[in-house]
Design a protein around this ligand. Sequence first.
Ligand SMILES: Cc1cc2nc3c(=O)[nH]c(=O)nc-3n(C[C@H](O)[C@H](O)[C@H](O)COP(=O)(O)O)c2cc1C
Length: 175
Amino acid sequence: MLDLLQQRRSIREFKQLPVETKKIEQLSEALLRAPTSRNLQPCEFIMVDDSEILAALATAKPNGAAFIASAPLAVIIAANPEVSDVWIEDSAIAAIILQLAAEQLGLKSCWAQLRLRPHNKELSASEYVRDLVDLPAGMEVPIVIGIGYPAENIPGHPRESLRDVKIHHNQFSKS
Ligand SMILES: Cc1cc2nc3c(=O)[nH]c(=O)nc-3n(C[C@H](O)[C@H](O)[C@H](O)COP(=O)(O)O)c2cc1C
């Protein structure tokens, strides 16, 4: 896991290669195994490999989602706030579990933040995606993750110098 984390970066350019069905099944299993508060499981996951829907997802917000158009796979993470008051946390945990499972399968990914982001003056990004993929009224769409084989190579961050700045022992200490 640490090897994987040392190399992990967000990737936004993908080869035009599909993600194999077997890997989509493994990613689906990872999503279903993500922990949720009180095991309430408020999330729904939509695995998108249709190029028209991918292109439409890339316009969910004016900036920061365009990379989804080059991804062969996107996972829409939706949640029902009526099922759990901590649906945001549960969604974020599912997203990072998905991203780490993708890394382990040799895939790369990037998060597109939709919660709190507008699509245009009338619609939120979440409402836009909800309508796009026919989710029921009341569902929120906080996150879309774009996934595929990388067409760019970005080295992992050096983080060693942060150890003494960000990690504290028993009490917060300014170093
Ligand atoms: C909560 C969250 C929201 C993010 N939203 C976006 C986004 O909307 N568009 C995007 O291109 N990247 C997005 N990212 C990716 C970050 O920009 C990226 O993780 C950060 O710059 C650090 O780079 P790294 O992942 O390569 O270490 C998001 C990441 C997180 C954790």
